[in-house]
Design a binder for this molecule. Structure first.
Ligand code: GLN
Length: 563
């Protein structure tokens, strides 16, 4: 345990555990991050742990179709997108260990068993798996995450899934035991549930919440705070009923109703006294002034106050599922606030821009092109696999030849390079070997160090420095003239080093390369309002009050501002 000093707001680590009931997708992550903001506003250093009860070791091998975006951390951890929420809300940088999965826990226990660490014992879910989970949580909770190298004071733990799922049972049991390990005065349980509305008068129904709390209590966890998702604020009558039936004090039944923007959530909890409940339960003092809350309020007001619109096309292949591009959307939003515009995203399924579609589905093709032609800026986000590639190449060509601001992220840089090779350098059939193994002009190639047999955790991952190679260019100005940038990567392919000279000679410059000077990282086109690509993913480090520079550039150019 930490040594306590007079200036510490708490004498030992405080834990807030957030579980969910009734159904998934209730916004547990946002609730948990908002609770983190309240703790931070009280002067505590806050970190977080996300538990995902699936068997995958990490999210890296999961399809964005199924599980949303794969978030990438500084250390190269490929994790659940909720860690992105925590990083953005709490302005921290987490490690791969902050995302616990069943796969990771079993992997560790099995490795220990093979080494002989449990020699003589029968290795079982209880106590071996449940102990491993508790040890893991304790270890990670103490890992510094806010860049100051100091141990956190509090850790918000979010348990993914819904209480009662078979796969989350060992975690619920571990958390039940954990309250005795750390002492009940150091842990607070928050349960997020749903209060649906039924009938002609719109009665708020409490039964689903009653059932899920009963289930949780049956597993040995008594919630201290009940957060109820509902369209409208909880009525007094509903609150009283929930308190009585769920055995939670009335002031700890909290309404999480729809609000105009996500930045209102911490204040919504604050206004209902959640900070007081936390400070009473966990034994820390609430300072009289909490400037962080003012900041959040101002941010929420600013977001609601913008009027003028800016339209950005997102040309991708998971366009029906915005979770697949969550951090990209966030980075666009952060930048739109900075330029005082309301962001409108036009989702364009890249395959529909492809010439092939002109014949097979002319309506979808025409619609996609009409949308693309109406936007102020174009973004081609990261992606894998061949489907939709030709449409993305078309979008890059349209942006380049019509002076439309363009930002290509990872794959977006690669398609812009392919397009340039084909249409400016006349390399017919130029492509990435990812999409056409036998292309006559491999503009983008497999990186030599990447594994060809193992897909999990073997890409070029995590934060790597990218030095700038030119004195002045738009993207370097956006990074305030920095010598180098530290951004996060996730890719297997790169611009073919053998073609760089030729491409640059025709005007598409790679203004930032990796430290060896070989690998292209940042691309910028001469004589264009904004035609930029990054091999890395700048979206992962964007913050509401500190938008990611390449995204800010796109929004500035799209709203006619000089960079
Ligand atoms: N598929 C490309 C690669 O592996 C781009 C990856 C990405 O956009 N994250 O290099």
């Amino acid at each position: 345990m930490r040594g306590s000093t007079a200036s510490d707001p708490v004498d030992c680590m405080k834990y807030v555990v957030v579980t969910g009931g009734v159904l998934s997708g209730l916004g547990k992550g946002v609730t948990a991050s908002s609770i983190g903001v309240l703790l931070k506003s009280a002067g505590l250093r806050v970190t977080s742990v996300k538990i995902d009860p699936y068997l995958n070791v990490d999210a890296g091998t999961m399809s964005p179709f199924e599980h949303g975006e794969v978030f990438v951390l500084d250390d190269g951890g490929e994790v659940d997108l909720d860690l992105g929420n925590y990083e953005r809300f709490l302005d921290i940088a987490l490690t791969r260990d902050n995302n616990i999965t069943t796969g990771k826990v079993y992997d560790n226990v099995i490795q220990k068993e093979r080494k002989g660490d449990y020699l003589g014992k029968t290795v079982q879910v209880i106590p071996h798996i449940t102990n491993e989970i508790q040890d893991w949580i304790e270890r990670v909770a103490h890992t510094p995450s806010d860049g100051n190298g100091k141990e956190p004071d509090a850790c918000v733990i979010e348990l993914g899934g819904t209480v009662g799922d078979i796969e989350s049972a060992p975690f619920v049991e571990a958390l039940r035991q954990f309250q005795f390990r750390v002492g009940s005065e150091n842990i607070c349980f928050v349960h997020v549930s749903l209060v649906p509305v039924m009938g002609p008068v719109g009665e708020q129904k409490t039964k689903p919440t009653q059932h899920t709390v009963k289930e949780l209590r049956g597993l040995g966890i008594i919630p201290d705070i009940l957060v109820c998702r509902s369209a409208n604020p909880l009525e007094d009558e509903t609150r009283v009923k929930l308190a009585a039936f769920c055995h939670v004090s009335e002031n700890a039944v909290v309404s999480a109703h729809d609000v105009s923007n996500i930045y209102r959530v911490p204040m919504m909890l604050e206004d209902q006294g959640v900070s007081e409940v936390l400070s009473d339960g966990l034994g820390f003092k609430l300072p009289g002034k909490r400037p962080l809350l003012e900041e959040w309020k101002a941010m929420a007001d600013r977001v609601d106050g913008v009027e003028k619109e800016v339209r950005i096309a997102m040309v991708g292949k998971y366009t029906g599922l915005s979770d697949s591009y969550l951090s990209v959307i966030k980075a666009l939003q952060h930048s739109s606030y900075a330029v005082n515009h309301k962001l409108e995203i036009d989702w364009i399924e890249s395959a529909n821009l492809d010439d092939e579609y002109a014949e097979s589905d002319p309506e979808a093709h025409a619609e996609a092109w009409a949308l693309l032609k109406g936007v102020d800026g174009i973004l081609v986000p990261g992606g894998f696999g061949r489907r939709g590639i030709e449409g993305k190449i078309k979008a890059a060509e349209y942006a380049r030849t019509n002076n439309i601001p363009y930002l290509g992220v990872c794959l977006g840089l690669q398609v812009a390079t392919i397009e340039f090779c084909r249409n400016v350098l006349g390399m017919e059939g130029a492509n990435s070997t990812e999409f056409d193994e036998y292309t006559p002009h491999p503009a983008v190639v497999f990186m030599p160090e990447i594994s060809k047999t193992h897909m999990g955790g073997t890409m070029r991952l995590g934060t790597k420095p990218t030095p700038f190679l030119v004195e002045d260019c738009k993207i370097r100005r956006l990074y305030h003239g920095a010598e180098h940038v530290d951004e996060r990567h996730r890719h297997r392919y790169e611009v073919n080093p053998e073609l760089i000279e030729q491409i640059e000679g025709a005007g598409l410059k790679y203004v930032g390369k990796d430290e060896t000077g070989q690998r292209c990282e940042i691309m910028e086109l001469d004589d264009h309002p904004y035609f930029v690509g990054t091999q890395y993913h700048p979206e992962f480090k964007s913050r509401p009050n500190r938008p990611s520079p390449p995204f800010l550039g796109l929004l500035m150019a799209a709203t006619g501002q000089e960079i």
